[in-house]
Design a protein around this ligand. Structure first.
Ligand SMILES: [Zn+2]
Length: 311
């Protein structure tokens, strides 16, 4: 009897081990997030480090661009910024539209918002064509898709009409808070604080993966193929190898966005709207009328990190 139980346990763990979970890494606010420092050496380093880690680990990521960052103060595209995007594409990464100027659909008019979407594809369109990328992906700034069904439907309709595929995220992260704390600590040359932010950030990523995996199992009875939201920050560029390793330790492999979105879970309708910018797992949970435990326990950055965000 005991032997049978052990054998069964062996098989269960073998299957769990053999069945890889999948994640797509998405990186928002390309070319880079540098808090307006305009230092091309820093910008190049962020892009180079991101690409080096992704390539070394064979991770096919997608980046979402705000083309406003490409233009200078006299409204001319800057070749250096285009070169950063070219480098991203040359190394096999994908590119999507994150609007021109990162407007908030919670407050922006439909007309102005959709105008910003089209303005945001002018340069990328040519780059995508050059690199043979046919599919157009869109990521909503702040993950705001529309506060009402009517607002959300009209935007979804607009995106479909213009050939866009919405790129939802399931593993939401507040990586931007840690990234800003890290940037501040670096500016102050505070090595101890930098170290503390990194340690807390990597622990946070691990908890975050586990949290949204649990939510996925609660909703769909299995770990769905996830899309994680990260930003093109100095912090992520320096620690992408560690982030990738944490995903691997949690049993994930890395897939391009088109493969991950084939998971039927993404077909779950969203029927609840509001001002929130959350994981699609939370939206599906609300839409399936699963509340309480489902929406509890999302990991949060520590208080000192949030405080630095307000300084
Ligand atoms: Zn963004």
């Amino acid at each position: 009897m005991r032997a049978k139980v052990l054998l069964l346990l062996f098989f269960v763990s073998f299957i769990a081990f053999a069945q890889k979970k999948h994640v797509c890494i998405s990186v928002d606010d390309l070319p880079v997030v540098d808090y307006g420092s305009y230092d091309t050496v820093v910008q190049q380093r962020i892009m180079d480090n991101l690409i080096a880690s992704l390539k070394k680990n064979k991770v096919p990521a997608i980046g979402f661009v705000n083309e406003t960052k490409i233009y200078n103060y006299v409204n001319k595209p800057m070749p250096f910024q285009i070169h950063l995007l070219e480098k991203w594409l040359d190394n096999g990464m994908m590119l999507g539209n994150h609007t021109f100027s990162h407007p908030d659909y919670n407050t922006e008019s439909f007309k102005a918002y959709t105008h910003d979407i089209l303005k945001g594809e002018i340069i990328s369109k040519a780059l995508l064509r050059k690199h043979g990328q046919k599919k157009k992906y869109f990521r909503h700034p702040y993950l705001h898709v529309g506060t009402t069904k009517a607002r959300a439907d009209s935007l979804a309709h607009f995106l479909t009409e213009h050939g866009y595929i919405t790129a939802p995220i399931t593993i939401n992260s507040e990586d931007y808070a840690f990234a800003y704390a890290y940037y501040k600590a670096k500016q102050r040359k505070d090595a101890a604080l930098m170290k503390r932010v990194v340690a807390d950030y990597l622990a946070y990523i691990d908890q975050d993966i586990k949290h949204f995996e649990k939510e996925s199992i609660g909703l769909f009875g299995r770990p769905m193929s996830q899309v994680v939201l990260l930003h093109a920050s100095m912090l992520n560029s320096e620690y992408m190898n560690d982030i990738i390793a944490i995903f691997r330790r949690n049993g994930y492999d890395f897939q391009p966005i088109d493969k991950v979105l084939k998971d039927p879970a993404y077909k779950t309708p969203v029927t609840v709207y509001g001002t929130f910018g959350s994981s699609w797992l939370d939206r599906w949970a609300l839409s399936l009328n699963k509340r309480g435990n489902f929406l509890m326990g999302t990991p949060e950055p520590p208080a000192y990190v949030k405080q630095l965000l307000n300084e």
